[in-house]
Design a protein around this ligand. Structure first.
Ligand SMILES: [Zn+2]
Length: 300
């Protein structure tokens, strides 16, 4: 009888809140541990032991979580003539669904700490925020989708080689997303795609990004609205700030409505100080909740 009353009350509360499913929980503390684990591998520069170790780690985590895991391996020859072994992961949930959305992040780290605030441009970038944060959020999203499988299709794409080369010359950068654009997962394309890059800053503010507003304004409007409705309007600020060359441009070039969710106000960008203490579980939690709210929004 108690159980019945509780159920009835739960049903009334559900009705009172509308027909939305309860949001899937996201574990920000686990995401912070996933940032620390990645940084502990050392720099994840293509061709180095840290890169190989993290690739094996990502495979071991994603394989039991995803319905289908596609691993894309190829070799890229750089402008300098070096051969880079690169790996993309596509963790697919509900792969047969025609209505799909895609989330991506880069998992590699920059070989040189050549940012404007860097005290040592010969050092490698630890990549706690630039590389590990987006990857950690999407690992948490994959875990949440495993617990409560989505009724729509969701693809989690971790791309390699985003940050290897020279952005001004567009040489040896965005390598994994460009490879994916040429070799997309089979089936219908996603309704839209959201890139997460540098989303772990303790002091997180995510402004609209110029190439996103130009290329897919309705996706920007959707993501910032869903963030506000999820209670994160203080972090997702609906004002344009920077225009950034990033992996979303590779997907836009193949016709996908792709945007960049990025906090570019990060003084440790491309410096040796991009370490886990600059990242917070709360920031990862916020972005993870917004991603899962986007999944729930598509399931309606
Ligand atoms: Zn970078």
């Amino acid at each position: 009888m108690r159980g019945f009353r509780a159920l009835t009350l739960a049903g009334v509360l559900l009705l009172a809140c509308g027909t939305d499913k309860p949001p899937r929980p996201f574990d920000g503390q686990a995401a912070l541990r996933a940032v620390e684990a990645q940084v502990a591998f050392g720099p994840r520069i293509p061709g180095t032991p840290g890169h190989a170790a993290q690739a094996a780690w990502l495979d071991s985590l994603l394989r039991p979580l995803a319905d289908t895991l596609i691993v894309q391996r190829w070799t890229h020859v750089t402008a300098a003539g070096d051969s880079l072994p690169l790996v993309n992961f596509v963790a697919r949930f509900n792969p047969g669904a025609g209505e799909r959305i895609l989330f991506l992040a880069h998992w590699d780290t920059r070989p040189r700490a050549d940012g404007p605030e860097s005290r040592d441009s010969s050092a490698a970038v630890p990549g706690a925020n630039d590389g590990a944060s987006g990857t950690a959020v999407l690992l948490g999203v994959a875990a949440a989708l495993r617990q409560a499988p989505p009724s729509v299709g969701v693809d989690v794409l971790l791309v390699d080689g985003e940050d290897y080369g020279v952005f001004d010359e567009k040489a040896d950068v965005l390598l994994g997303s460009r490879y994916y654009a040429a070799h997309p997962a089979p089936g219908p394309p996603p309704l839209y795609a959201v890139l997460l890059d540098m989303v772990g800053d303790r002091d997180l503010q995510i402004y609209e990004e110029g190439n996103s507003v130009t290329g897919a304004p309705e996706v920007v409007a959707l993501v910032w609205r869903v963030a506000r409705e999820a209670g994160h309007g203080n972090v997702f600020i609906p004002t344009l700030r920077y225009t950034i060359t990033d992996d979303h441009l590779s997907l836009q070039a193949m016709g996908i409505r792709a945007i960049d969710v990025v906090d570019f106000d990060y003084p440790y960008w491309h410096t040796p100080e991009d370490t886990p203490d600059k990242v917070s579980a709360q920031s990862l939690q916020t972005v993870g909740e917004v991603v899962l709210a986007l999944v729930a929004n598509t399931e309606r």
